[in-house]
Design a protein around this ligand. Sequence first.
Ligand code: SF4
Ligand code: FES
Length: 738
Amino acid sequence: MNLNTWLKTEVNPWRHNMSDNKVNITINDVLHSVDEGRMLIEITDELGIYIPRFCYHEKLSIAANCRMCLVEVENSSNALAACATPVTDGMVIDTLSHSTKTAQQSTMEFLLINHPLDCPICDQGGECELQDLAYAYGKNNSRFDLQKLTKPNDDLGPLVSTDMTRCIMCTRCTRFGSEVAGIQELGTMGRGEASNISTFVKQTVNHELSGNIIDLCPVGALNNKPYRYTDRTWEMDQIESVSPHDCVGTNLYMHVKNNKIKRIVPMQNENINETWIADRDRFGFDGIYSEDRLTTPLIRVNGALIESSIEDSRRQLNTIISSLLQSKKTDKIAALISPSVSLNEQFIFSNYLSQLRIRNIDHRINQIDFSGDTLDPLFPHLNIELKTIGEMETIFVIGSDLRRETPLISHWVKKAADKGASIHFMDIALREYHFPISDYIISDTESLVENIGLVVKAATSIAKMDVPQYIQEQLNILTEPTATHHQIAQSLFTKTNTLLLNGLVSRSHPNFSLIRSYINILAALTNSNLGELTSGANSVGAYITGCIPHRNLLGQSSEPGLNALEIASRHHDLLILYGLEIDDCLYDQLLSETIKGSKKVVVFNSFMEPVINDHADIIIPINTTYESKGSFINLTGQLQHFNQELLLPNHYYSNEELLTDLVKERALDTPNFNDFIKDLESFIDQSITNRNYIKEFPVKTSNSNPVETTNTFNMYNIDPILRRSKPLQQTKESKSNT
Ligand code: SF4
Ligand code: FES
């Protein structure tokens, strides 16, 4: 096996089971039966026997270049690197012997020769692997009294700071680039003592997962630039959290001091994000400290906004609603809610409107075509675990800027590609991916529908199966599939583990419903798994809680109200916006005009924006999810809780309390969230298990909406928090999209 194949093999055959054979080895005088061929360091880690290391990382290939893991092995003339030594029968290892200690101490002495003595001002202080191991394995004195080497720094952009003199050349960062990100933004330059880590042509690091090199770097060479020189690790509390920026549900730790988030790092979850997080999950939180943060309720009096109390603003909203109810104008009330607010808020908000018989509510602010609402699944989802994407043999992605929409799902697709899966794309633009792609069909917006139809047609001809007459009739009006359409269909047929992913470009397409029907039929024909990506962190929750006009709580059907596009296109007697701002919406211009033209506008938001400042009648500040407790449901239906009550100054209420008080003030039934949660998990399980693929076409298959699908997706401008994050707004991604 050559090096390239080895690098591309996610499961390194020298590291993991080479066979089912067990061998007996002795470690520190204790006999163990272990898998033959696995690396010694993996075995000792599992047995809880610590061996120091720098270059070894369980998610990366083995470099064996730091030599910190040297251990004494019987009958070997030298100490051996535990990270690169496969175990064999009869091996006798001593991790505590004098010889092992001497080897490790010598390595440490060598590594410290050129390492600067700047721990007191280094941001890695307190969490530096070199510092820790120097205390445990280092000598008290250095015999090196010559001048230490210094190395030039590169400007890697606004997110990652460099102090390359601290680098110990472990190459974790460069291996991350080539093996995980798929693009080698950093590389090793020079040889011997002149070697250093740098970008090849003075580039910045721009990959959507690049910030992970900060966590990988065992010393203070690569650090978190915005966090730099601010706080010490031991001063902060660590709070578990979930990313509010996409439907993946990435697990995070927030590091908090004095009620303020200082930085965010990954929380390991092998089923969702492994040990990685996207840059927007790491740096996005900065947006919550934006200067236009709302902290005081505001009410418009004689054309001017004046400060109010939360009680008064709540009372005024209920008064407006009462007068509209009295004049039987519930159809003149409409509400849009963000797909990224917590399940708890969605539940109470939807329940409040539902008890008032207000059905004009939606969260699908990036969807144009609603003609397939009656065909909607109970909630859009992916029917397999995220980690299972990495096991797929064929993946067909339709209408998606996958790396920007969901960086972590793109990562799982890359893992499948690296293992040899056939990856096929069909999209309205050519986008850059750093893994092998078998086919890429680029079509204009209109012909995206026909192209997916042609893959279905190719599939029916390969399967030689009769499909229902109404499907055949629809396929008959299409042209003939090309070799590429056949190739994709063939790949879906011949492989066992196959997946179709329907992306956000498709969801915002004027013919989304027809595309979705085709994709469902294709999934049914080829027995493929199916995943529908959704905007925001909690679109699944919004479906389940009834924040859609055609369903109530837990999928109960209801008299349909206005959908998001209709709400944004008409003037209302009362328009309520909860947790979203105009730029979140695909039809921002329409929504802006509706805000200007509606009689009363009530906004619950965390930030001020110009149209709201000029036209809203009541503005009620709410906490962001970074400051709340609540839950999200990710696209695999996984319910994840977060509990971070970091109230801002002046905020003495949580969003949940605010909404509950709104309900109580009208003497409505107080919704019981705990009862809802009891039913929720079985509802989700049953819905995913019993899901039937859509095998019908929407009644109306063409759409003449005034809104166009966009093929540009700025991943740092998808919600109010990200577009206010200063570090992210300085990135190449943001600058190239402004
Ligand atoms: S910069 Fe950090 S991660 Fe990269 S080689 Fe140097 S020490 Fe290792
Ligand atoms: S950890 Fe084994 S050589 Fe670096």
